[in-house]
Design a protein around this ligand. Structure first.
Ligand SMILES: Cc1ncc(COP(=O)(O)O)c(C=O)c1O
Length: 460
């Protein structure tokens, strides 16, 4: 068997092992191959994913591997948007609505209830609404990390400058030599009696490290701390059951891995006590952007039991006139994912990422990886690594920019780079980041690895 053939199997095994240990799966993840169309071949996995690829409109002349920045809606979602935009124009339809029906479809796929799910504008919008809605005061601490995105960093900075909230950062490790418990220990060392919120990205967009959400949520619960997850990359990539994560808030994108319309996101707000997953009382939280919150006030206290006392998501959803077309597009994107099976999509994307990491390790060595590979609790479908023959070149951001530009211009492959602090390094590192998703195949992974190896040789 060829080395690549062997690695394919090894990669698949690693991914499957990883999934079984998370213990998380979507209610919508079907066990059997669900036909996408009457003539869909179910006998062969490869044939199935080729059929899935055909659901998308992506330019065939480009290999697009930057889903971490933006996804691409399936053709049927584009058709839905087009049709409904036209109906709205013809009928001059308004949408003063809480879109309860769309939230119900989405919530089912994400393992939560409609009263806990808002279709937001994007991750940044969700993070801003979370931080503005919490009751934070001078001296309260937010415990976060040094690898956050501006989507989380900016609303935290506003809370610091406006209220005197203190931001404390855990320095995150990089590479393969780490385990989920290391993260729990690092956060535990930094928690103080003033810590009110733990806010972290899972995965981080820098290294594609999936911080162990459940373990960190348990730690926060034990200290009475509110958890906020920047889960930009979770919807559509991971088949997570949001309740089972045990967190209080999660903001994600619906336009990246979920491949919904641009300008859409998913905002989860725990709205009840979950005896099994999060028995802590609900934090004080205000739906600060709303045109439907009762003007006269008088809402009951937030629930202290397993049933919501009111639908908090509807107050954040119903803000002036909305877009029926965009909301129908989100519904349709969720339906496509649920039809294929969210667990199956996660398995495929992570299997490709595991394969990519094995091929990178074979060529560049395991030390080139910024993403973890061997602890299945830390992996996702974002993979970061140092592509340069001279490892020190990863400190040269301009060279890293050039690498990404030449991958596009000379090989027709779209990837991106990221830059971030690394413990023990005076300078930031700027590796490349590759996304593997449901419209990719194993030969796409081989193609990007061969191209990067070739380009690295030219740039040595
Ligand atoms: C971790 C993380 N948070 C937030 C964002 C912002 O996402 P959005 O465009 O959905 O606001 C990104 C975008 O890449 C991200 O990677």
């Amino acid at each position: 068997m060829s080395r690549r053939g062997f690695l394919r199997i090894a990669g698949a095994g690693a991914a499957v092992a990883g999934l079984s240990t998370t213990g998380l799966s979507s209610a919508a993840g079907a066990a059997e191959l669900t036909p996408l169309a009457a003539n869909l071949p179910t006998g062969s996995n490869d044939a199935y994913w080729r059929e899935v690829e055909r659901l998308f409109m992506l330019d065939k002349n480009v290999l697009f591997m930057n889903v971490g920045t933006v996804g691409s809606p399936p053709r049927e979602v584009v058709d839905t948007l087009d049709r409904v935009h036209r109906e709205v124009a013809v009928g001059a339809k308004s949408a003063y609505s809480d879109f309860a029906d769309v939230r119900a479809v989405a919530a089912k796929g994400y393992g939560c209830d409609p009263d806990e799910l808002v279709i937001s504008h994007n991750t940044s919008d969700g993070m801003s609404k979370i931080l503005a809605g919490l009751n934070l005061r001078a001296g309260d601490e937010i415990l976060t990390t040094n690898h956050e995105h501006p989507g989380g960093n900016v609303p935290m900075a506003l809370a610091r400058d406006r209220y005197g909230v203190v931001l404390k950062r855990v320095e995150l490790p990089v590479g393969n030599d780490q385990r989920a418990e290391d993260y729990v220990a690092a956060f535990e060392r930094a928690i103080s009696s003033r810590t009110k919120v733990m806010l972290f990205s899972a995965p981080t967009y820098k290294t594609g490290t999936m911080l162990p959400i459940q373990l960190l949520a348990k730690l926060a619960q034990a200290h009475g701390v509110t958890t906020v997850v920047d889960g930009a990359h979770i919807p559509g990539m991971m088949a997570y059951d949001f309740h089972a994560l045990g967190v209080d808030f999660l903001a994600g994108s619906a336009a990246k891995w979920q491949c919904g319309p641009g300008g859409t996101g998913v905002l989860y707000i725990r709205n009840k006590v979950l005896p099994q997953h999060n028995p802590n009382p609900l934090p004080e939280f205000w739906p600060v952007v709303s045109s439907s919150y009762p003007e006269e006030g008088g809402l009951p206290p937030r629930s202290s039991g397993s049933k919501e006392s009111y639908d908090i998501a509807k107050y954040l959803q119903s803000v002036g006139n909305g877009s029926i077309a965009i909301m129908e597009g989100v519904r349709n994107a969720c339906e496509v994912w649920d039809r294929i099976g969210r667990q199956r999509i996660q398995d495929h994307a992570l299997e490709l990422s595991a394969y990519l990491k094995e091929l990178v390790t074979e060529r560049w060595g395991v030390a080139s990886l910024y993403s973890p590979k061997d602890d299945p609790r830390l992996v996702c479908a974002l993979s970061s690594f140092n592509p340069f023959r001279n490892p020190a070149d990863v400190l040269d951001k301009a060279k890293s920019d050039q690498f990404v530009a030449r991958m596009k211009d000379e090989y027709g492959i779209v990837i991106r780079n990221v830059d971030f602090p690394v413990i023990g390094s005076a300078q930031k590192h700027a590796p490349v980041r590759i996304s593997t998703h449901l419209f990719h195949q194993r030969d796409d992974v081989e193609r990007v690895v061969d191209a990067m190896w070739d380009l690295a040789g030219k740039m040595a």
